[in-house]
Write a protein that binds this ligand. Structure first.
Ligand code: NAD
Ligand code: NA
Length: 395
């Protein structure tokens, strides 16, 4: 079939297998030329199909020849209906990894459930024995608690006061003010239940009790801080409470792994266009200004460059450069004073008329469509493609 982008609000309903494949192959090439010395060898990536998790899987496999198991929640294709992009990404990754002689298998299902955890544990026991790293990179709006069956929904709201600021509809380029009402009821607790650290700890507890974590094991989860501009809705809002919880969980995990000298870390990453971040109000306007400034300074990075730096200059360089709260910071370039000062200046000037010049709206849109395999260089979108692509290592 011929597949075209079909957008609705902040999501794209279609995705292109060849474009997704091309994105994965480009990331593989990047890592092949930036390998990791003494990198991980047997890695589980939870949230492995898109964004930072996919980049972590590629960096592990191609940076240090790691065997990887990927867990994700993606929609398979049906005749005439393309799969979700993470499906095609995983198909492309595993096809290439197998050609290159790398072990790569995957499990598609709800990582929050006991069933998927048990299935993953069995696969580790059968195929890998012990693993030396777990990357935890889930981004989800909902979680069904595995023990109680309660379904929690996360919200992106300020706490205490209404938040009013500008945002952009990146499809139309229209900049306008929005107001977000403060959270109420159980919003904070529900958001912590979905995006906090409880599920991460459940995974590590299970794997530890089954004795499949090797000596010096590491686990890393991803967080975000961002600028004062977005603070009320992000870091000091409901999602920020969940990130606080996730960050505190890293210390609990480290405590629980003392006998194997294991460590739990949080890495604070840069703001990037992903399916998760494009749904957060105000962030798209911030990102389009940030991209402009960082590209001008020659320090713009995508997911793969970020994770390559996390592995090569922090985790496996024995140089974690932890901040006062014990976090790894690869948002260091985003948060540089000169970068933030420039973004703040531009923010004051940003209108529908000025944004095309002062911001990188085109870069935002390109990245957004790239997530779904569209607007990718070198792909012929007029060509008929087979949507029924299989993931070769799917269990
Ligand atoms: P993403 O949407 O690209 O990836 C989410 C992954 O989680 C996908 O692999 C998806 O299949 C998987 N997933 C979602 N629900 C699942 C479920 N129930 N079971 C199994 N798999 C499931 O998101 P991302 O932007 O790469 O975010 C990953 C992490 O990085 C998040 O913790 C996010 O807060 C953090 N982060 C993101 C940014 C950013 O700007 N995008 C910046 C810093 C940190
Ligand atoms: Na991810």
């Amino acid at each position: 079939m011929i597949i075209e982008p079909k957008t609705r609000g902040f999501i794209c309903l279609t995705s292109h297998p060849v474009g997704c494949e091309q994105n994965v192959l480009s990331q593989i090439d990047y890592i092949k030329s930036n390998p990791t010395t003494n990198g991980p060898k047997k890695v589980l990536v939870i949230g492995a199909s898109t964004g930072f998790g996919l980049a972590s899987r590629i960096t592990s496999a191609y940076g240090s020849n790691a065997s990887t198991i990927g867990v994700f929640f993606e929609k398979p294709p049906t005749e005439g209906r393309p799969a979700s992009p993470g499906w095609y990404n995983s198909a492309a990754f595993e096809t290439q990894a197998h050609k290159d002689g790398l072990y790569a298998k995957s499990i598609n299902g709800d990582a929050f459930s006991n069933e998927i955890k048990a299935q993953t544990l069995k696969l580790i026991q059968d195929d890998l024995g012990k693993i030396d790293m777990v990357i935890y990179s889930l981004a989800s709006p909902v979680r069904t608690h595995p023990d109680t069956g309660e379904r929690f929904k996360s919200v992106l709201k300020p706490i205490g006061e209404t938040f009013t600021n500008n945002t952009v509809d990146f499809h139309t380029g229209v900049v306008k003010e929005i107001s977000i009402e403060p959270c109420s009821g159980d919003d904070i607790d529900n958001t912590i239940a979905v995006m906090g650290g409880e599920d991460w700890k459940m995974w590590i507890d299970l794997l530890k009790s089954a004795d499949v974590l090797s000596e010096d094991f590491k686990t890393v989860a991803y967080s975000y801080i961002g600028p004062s501009l977005t603070e009320a809705v992000y870091r000091k809002g409901t999602i920020g409470r969940a990130k606080d919880h996730l960050e505190a969980t890293a210390f609990e995990i480290t405590d629980s792994l003392k006998d194997i000298n294991g460590k739990g870390y949080v890495s604070v990453n840069k703001a990037l266009v992903t399916q998760a971040s494009s749904a957060i109000p105000v962030i798209p306007l911030y990102i389009s200004l940030l991209y402009k400034v960082m590209k001008e300074e020659g320090i713009h990075e995508g997911c793969i460059e970020q994770i390559e730096r996390l592995f090569n200059e922090r985790l496996y360089a024995e140089d974690l450069q932890l901040d006062a709260e014990g976090r790894i910071r690869i948002d260091d370039w985003e948060m540089r004073d000169d970068i933030q000062a420039k973004v703040l200046e531009l923010w004051k000037e940003a209108t529908t008329e000025t944004l095309p010049n002062i911001g990188d709206l085109d870069g935002y849109k390109t990245d957004f469509f790239n997530l779904f395999g569209f607007n990718v260089d070198g792909v012929d979108y007029d060509k008929d493609v087979n949507e029924m692509v299989a993931i070769p290592g799917l269990q």
